[in-house]
Design a protein around this ligand. Structure first.
Ligand code: GLC
Length: 742
């Protein structure tokens, strides 16, 4: 009997193998699928959160009802659960263990918004590789990252997890993280399957409130929100995750247009599409499904392969297949996608994770990469009288503020496996690294970012009076940003602004360092401080990074990945805005309006009476301790035809006395088109290091594909006409050159 069975299995492999020509994995999938019962197929589509070695979990695994487990973090437990699946279930299909490893596992890197401020894709890739090495050592082989939602609303807590407002920068950062997580080969045991999330349009959430509705015209969806996801597909991202939001009334977990038309048909994607946590079930709350059975049908038809924690698939697919509402063929498609990743990860051959003698956490190399990333993620916004870096004349510093010594807060959101005990805070770093050069007077003033304690401010003022310079660390506690942590008022929380004013009134120079999970409205504080470093939440090594920047061992090179608004009422505010028919060329500000003035005497252009027009600091902005001079932009040809390319170049000179890095940004504008186009769009960037006095020519190649946009007929193409091109230090500087597309 066994021989007969073996013969048929081998025959199946041979026959099916022919069907898949030379793809051995597809042949294996076909063979395994042919032996799976419907219940076992459904089991693969079921993802549950870990409950250790609970009887219920073990019984579900042994009966083939679980395909993936998230949030199981104990290696012995993971291997034991895997043994149950491989040795004690009928088909021995291995489990896929997953976790949110967003910006580090144990060694925590800056939040992704801070990482985007580095504009350094190689550095970001190396950081994701560190996260993969640490996470896979505990049996995790799938992370739910990178989050590549375009975020243009700082009220939204998840802007912290994003790479900011621009599709091109987000695409480059997302690809770097995918490469870092997945490594060279998914079958390598240190490879961590990445997940492009949240598909799609989540960042357009109305009013910056999480999980809220979005209204996105298809041209904007395709021009702004989808490009980073398409780049992720091209980079070989192993999985996708649905977003919680609806787009124009259709929740992503039930969106056939998004998941079948775009992801599968147009992009030919064959990876796993997993729901977000209970997002299938939430379609009932959305009001598009009557019950879980209805939601199951909608999600299967929309091509969602795996159900994260809705208990929808495991409870309703069998009945829906048996009643003919959904076909087993649709189920087979999803199971193929799941099995394909498990084969590619090598889980069938190596299902277990070796228990290393020492876990590869916090290695010197990892900490150094985390520190370098924190250095390059800090953006210098102001530096009056070149206060920074502090020179030998400074003999004492007062280290003040709620973020000066807060090991947990500097890690930021979405790092549940972090250990704050490993954080090196700014105070600790300044004391340890520079305590021999300067006297360090420590006084937090406020103990946490929302603290309103005026007594603390008085103590801080006393400390400031004893020092030559005040180093003030303000911002947000880590739990004031991240999922479901949105703020309608994005100013500095608590009494931090009052603390700054009190310190300013001592007459001492003040360096303000902002450690936050989002852009904050800090116009008043920037005007009061003498120097300002915007450091986001910088991770485990934020302290040493900031200390080196403040004392000049490192030079700031960060550039804003997102606009800093003057007031929250300006939101959404971003550099790639449209010109409008009345751009703000004439503005009468609110305090200049004569009493009784006639309503029509104010210039009638597009601006706010109380905020004017434009941001506090624009996308791409960031100062250095040195200065860079950009020569005029040169273009290789004045006109190009479809399919051709041009070279745009300029010379950059480091005119200061510090060797430093600069991010040269390449922007383009389509002056006249069938649709109003943005006043500028980022099409390239280069981060270059220049010695003091050094000049370098940099070139960008632009092809007509990069000028394409979706028109009202949903055709993506570049239209003939006049264009402008900039190479500049930020999105608002520089003079353009012009060229024509014929
Ligand atoms: C959360 C998040 C998602 C995360 C998932 C698993 O609700 O929306 O980004 O990956 O659940 O933790």
């Amino acid at each position: 009997m066994f021989k007969k069975k073996l013969f048929f299995i081998m025959l199946t492999i041979v026959l099916v193998g022919c069907a898949h020509t030379n793809d051995p994995i597809e042949a294996k999938i076909d063979e395994l699928l042919s032996r799976m019962t419907l219940q076992e197929k459904i089991g693969q589509m079921n993802q549950l959160t870990g409950t250790g070695l609970s009887k219920d979990m073990i019984s579900q695994i042994k009966s083939g009802k679980v395909g993936s487990i998230l949030n199981e973090l104990d290696l012995k437990t993971t291997n034991e659960l895997q043994r149950k699946a491989v040795k004690e279930s009928r088909l021995g299909i291995p489990l896929l263990f997953a976790r949110d490893v967003i910006h580090g596992f144990k060694t925590i890197f800056p939040i992704p918004l801070g990482q985007a401020a580095t504009w350094n894709t190689q550095l970001i890739e190396s950081g994701a590789r560190v996260a993969a090495l640490e996470a896979t050592s505990t049996g995790i082989r799938w992370t739910f990252a990178p989050m590549i939602d375009i975020a243009r609303d700082p009220r939204w807590g998840r802007i912290a997890e994003s790479c900011g407002e621009d599709p091109y920068l987000t695409s480059q950062m997302g690809v770097a993280m995918i490469k870092g997580f997945q490594g060279k080969n998914l079958s390598d045991p240190t490879s961590l399957a990445a997940c492009a999330k949240h598909f799609a349009g989540y960042g357009a959430t109305e009013s910056g409130k999480d999980y809220n509705t979005t209204w996105i015209p298809e041209v904007q969806l395709r021009d702004v929100y989808l490009p980073p996801f398409k780049m992720a597909v091209d980079a070989g991202v192993a999985t996708f995750m649905c977003s919680f939001n609806d787009i124009n009334g259709v929740p992503s977990s039930g969106n056939e247009f998004l998941n079948r038309q775009i992801l599968r048909k147009e992009w030919n994607y064959s990876g796993i599409l997993v729901s977000d946590w209970a997002s299938i079930d939430q379609m009932i709350k959305h009001g598009v499904c009557n019950d879980l059975k209805d939601a199951t049908q909608k999600a299967v038809k929309a091509g969602v392969d795996m159900d994260m924690m809705s208990y929808a698939y495991i409870n309703h697919i069998e009945e829906l297949v048996k009643s003919g509402v959904i076909s087993e063929k649709q189920i087979d498609e999803s199971v193929r996608n799941i099995l394909r990743l498990k084969y590619r990860l090598g889980l069938f051959d190596h299902p277990y994770t070796k228990e290393p003698a020492n876990m590869p956490f916090y290695t010197e190399e990892s900490l150094e990469k985390a520190k370098q990333t924190a250095i390059e993620s800090a953006v210098l916004l102001k530096n009056d009288r070149n206060l920074l870096p502090l020179n030998e004349a400074v003999k004492s510093v007062a280290v003040i503020g709620p973020l000066s010594d807060s090991p947990a807060d500097q890690l930021g959101t979405w790092c549940f496996d972090a250990e704050p005990s490993h954080s090196v805070t700014p105070l600790a770093a300044i004391q340890n690294l520079y305590g021999s050069k300067v006297k360090v007077i420590a006084e937090k003033g406020l103990t946490y970012s929302r603290d309103m304690n005026a007594q603390g401010i008085a103590k801080a003022v006393l400390a400031a009076r004893k020092a030559d310079v005040v180093l003030l660390f303000v911002g947000e506690e880590s739990q004031l940003s991240g999922e479901a942590h949105c703020r309608a008022d994005i100013s500095l929380p608590g009494a931090q602004s009052a603390l700054l004013t009190a310190l300013k009134n001592t007459g001492k120079p003040v360096v303000m360092v902002v450690m936050a999970g989002r852009p904050l409205t800090i116009g008043k504080e920037v005007s009061e401080a003498d120097a300002v470093l915007y450091a986001f939440h910088g991770g485990t090594m934020a302290g040493p990074a900031l200390a080196d920047l403040i004392f000049g061992k490192a030079v700031p090179s960060g550039k804003l990945p997102v606009t800093l608004p003057r007031m929250v009422g300006q939101v959404p505010i971003y550099y790639a805005h449209k010109m409008t028919g009345r751009p703000a060329d004439k503005m009468t500000m609110i305090d200049k309006i004569p009493v009784g003035a006639n309503q029509t005497s104010l210039g009638n252009t597009s601006y706010h009476l109380d905020a004017g027009d434009g941001p506090l600091f624009p996308f791409g902005f960031g100062l250095s301790y040195t200065a860079f001079h950009y020569s005029g932009v040169k273009i290789s040809k004045n006109s190009i035809s479809q399919g051709q390319s041009i070279t745009v170049s300029c010379e950059i000179t480091n005119t200061g006395k510090f060797d430093a890095a600069e991010v040269a940004q390449f922007y383009v504008r389509d002056l006249v088109a069938s649709l109003a186009r943005p006043v500028k769009e980022l099409k390239g960037f280069q981060k270059i290091s220049l010695k003091a006095g050094e000049t370098r020519t940099i070139n960008f190649t632009l092809n007509t594909e990069q000028l394409a946009f979706y028109n009202t007929d949903m055709i993506n193409r570049a239209e003939p006409g006049d264009f402008q091109a900039w190479i500049s230090t930020d999105s608002q500087s520089g003079k353009p050159a012009t060229f024509k597309l014929l």
